[in-house]
Design a binder for this molecule. Structure first.
Ligand SMILES: [Fe+2]
Ligand SMILES: [Fe+2]
Length: 256
């Protein structure tokens, strides 16, 4: 990852530091969700998913709480990679772990639905978008070490997305997904940075970022919108979730 300007490396280091926080948050979230799923009782796991996975498929029919614990261990490993890359780029992460993430589900939901909300937000949306980002970065990353990390992350995040889709299918079979429809716009809004649909400083649009494992802002926006439109909303529809409000939210953001 040499050869980039100091300014570009600083922008990329900030992006990898942010990714480190996301991975740390994901570890905490998955551990909490595993315990909450256990408390709710056993969930069989059909693992239907709009995503194709690679590796570990043979293990996929594990109970969702076990998959969530495995995902937490993956995220810890991912966080370490992100911290190392941020440091290599000259912007190390803080010594202290980030504060635990806040619950994203509305407090008014019953526990079973709150868990579904958290899993849809974390897995069906965030992890699915993450797979899209990593898949886009892989062909353009030249550095072998960076490529190995991107590949490892992409392989794991596919499975993390799938555990959310598996849970959603179970929730659908139990007739407990209708509550999601009106909440999807807020869930989607909560899954993006505030500036995703805005113009940003030119440094964040520099295509040189791709070689450092970071998407230029415009590509990040297009990738998010594409993943929601082509994978997430069809996946939610297949689970009998009404996605009309979510589609309207996406259209309104794109029009900004
Ligand atoms: Fe991760
Ligand atoms: Fe993940």
């Amino acid at each position: 990852m040499t050869g980039s300007s100091p300014r570009l490396r600083a922008v990329a280091a900030a992006a990898w530091r942010f990714r480190w926080i996301v991975e740390c948050d994901a570890e905490t979230r998955f551990l909490g969700l595993a315990d909450r799923l256990d408390a709710l009782g056993a969930y069989p796991s059909p693992i239907p998913s709009p995503l194709r996975g690679e590796g570990r498929e043979r293990d996929a029919p594990a109970p969702v709480p076990d998959l969530a614990r495995r995902a937490a261990a993956d995220e810890r490993r991912h966080a370490a990679h992100c911290a190392r890359i941020a440091a290599e780029l000259g912007g190390p992460v803080p010594a202290a772990a980030p504060a635990p993430p806040a619950a994203v589900a509305p407090g008014s939901l019953e526990e079973e639905d709150a868990v579904t909300y958290e899993l849809v937000a974390a897995c069906c949306i965030a992890e699915t978008v993450s797979v899209g980002v990593l898949t886009a970065l892989l062909p353009v990353a030249r550095d072998p070490g960076l490529r190995a990390v991107l590949h490892e992350l992409a392989t794991d995040e596919v499975l993390h997305a799938r555990l959310g889709w598996a849970h959603l299918a179970t929730a659908a079979a139990r007739g407990r997904v209708a509550f999601l429809a009106p909440l999807l716009p807020a869930m989607l809004a909560g899954s993006v940075d505030e500036d995703l649909f805005r113009e940003v400083e030119p440094d964040l649009e520099d295509e040189g970022l791709l070689a450092l494992g970071v998407l230029p802002h415009r590509m990040k926006r297009e990738l998010f919108a594409g993943a929601i439109e082509e994978v997430v909303l069809p996946g939610l529809s297949r689970a009998a979730v009404d996605t009309a409000a979510a589609a309207r939210w996406l259209a309104s953001q794109r029009a900004r």
